[in-house]
Structures are given as structure tokens and as C-alpha cells.
Design a protein around this ligand. Sequence first.
Ligand code: HEM
Ligand code: MG
Length: 230
Amino acid sequence: NEHQWMAPGPNDFRGPCPGLNTLANHGFLPRDGKNLSMSVILDAALNGYHMQPASPLVGAVKISTLAADDPFSFTLEDIRLHGNIEHDASLSREDFALGNNFRFNETIFSTLANSNPGSDFYNTNSAGEVQRLRLADSEAKNPSINNTQKEFGIRCTESGFYLSVMGDPLVGVAPKEFVQIFFREERLPIAEGWHRSEIPINDTTLLPLIARIATASNWTSSGGCSVLEP
Ligand code: HEM
Ligand code: MG
């Protein structure tokens, strides 16, 4: 069918976002990863994930227009522009200053993969702990790290996104197997029992999850803006 998973071909654009790459691999977004715009992405997020035009989703699309030369559209590759949305201490990609900031990296991903031991699920507490660990790793290795409120807000949103689209968006609990397939294969784990959330994902569901993840991550800033600190 038209939404079957297909690996991208050599001329198809992909980038640092597993959520959008997955939508393209299933044909909810153009499979070539090009000509993306607000309406194209909002339609795909609704059809693929039952994600309504939540403020972090709309905001991400607005910011992404700045990453492209074309004023009306961008590609999945454009959005890897470092410092636009793309940030350090990602869950599954290397820091820009240390390597490839847009391709899946199993070593980086192992922190998330191995989190919440003894359970078959990830939740907001484990997501926060993973963010704390990933940040500590980047702080130790990356002298050019950017870690301000801006990056922190984006990172918490992305954790809220994977828990919501792969799990129950009301409680923020997602099966490990589904989350791992989503990151590693950029595939909807339909064969494994996943289905699109029956509950719409929107600000009402997302914002409380993001806030809980933020608290659980025990975050402090590093680098940047030090002039403002005593
Ligand atoms: C990163 C999910 C929508 C742009 C991420 C990450 C997740 C995610 C889980 C973290 C990857 C990592 O840390 O390794 C989703 C989901 C979406 C969505 C489920 C729902 C449709 C969007 C939109 C945009 C976007 C609309 C912009 C148009 C990005 C970018 C990154 C990213 C640039 C890289 C940030 C980084 O890790 O450095 N996304 N996303 N995403 N997303 Fe999305
Ligand atoms: Mg990154």
C-alpha cells in the first residue's frame, strides 16, 4: 500500500529527525524528503502519528524555514543546520563538533536503548535521565558545546515526541521495542503491534509530559551566556 515502509534511495534526502525521516519512509511525507512546508508537515504528522498542530510542532516548522535557501520549502537535509534546531547532546546523533550530526549513531543511542533497566518500557523519568547522561557525555567531550535554555527546550520536546508517538501520549510510557525500531530503522513498528495513537497528540497531552521530562533531567546550562552568571 501507499504507506508501506521503504528504505530511502540514493537520491532521497534524510536528516537528523527520526520523526520526519520515518514519515518520509512511509510516504506520509514526500519519499524524496524535499519540498517540505507547513501544510505538508502538519498533514503528515496528523495522518502518520495523530499529532495535531501542537505549538512545538508548528514552531519547529517555522524555525526550519530559516535553514533553507528557498523561502517556501526545505528538505530533510536542510534541517541539520547546526544551531537552528539541531543541537548538541542528541539522543541518537553525534555532536556537530565531534562528528556526523545527522546520521543515526548506535553508540550514542545506546544510552537511551539501555535506559530504564528491568522494564519493557521507557517513561518520562527514564527520558529525563537519558538527557542528563547524554549532556554529561557531551560536556565531557565537546569543548564547543551549546547548552542553553533554547537547546534544553528542544531536547525535552523531542523526548516528549518519541514517548507520545511510540507510546501512550497521556502517560508518556512507550514500549522499548517500538522506540528502538523508530530510531534504528526509522520505521513504524506496525508488524510488532504498534498503531497510531487513538488519542490526538496536542499541547494538552504534550506540554505536561515535556515539563515532567524537564524536571527529571536535572538540567543546568553550560557554555554560552556565562557573562550573565555571577
Ligand atoms: C530531532 C521526533 C517533528 C526537526 C528529533 C528527535 C526526535 C524527534 C525524537 C531527537 C533525535 C535525537 O536526539 O537523536 C520528532 C517527531 C516529530 C518531529 C515524532 C513529529 C512529526 C519535527 C519537525 C521538525 C523537526 C516538524 C522541523 C521541521 C528536527 C531536527 C532534529 C530533530 C532538526 C535534530 C535535533 C538534534 O537532535 O540535534 N525529532 N520530530 N522534527 N527533529 Fe524532530
Ligand atoms: Mg544534534
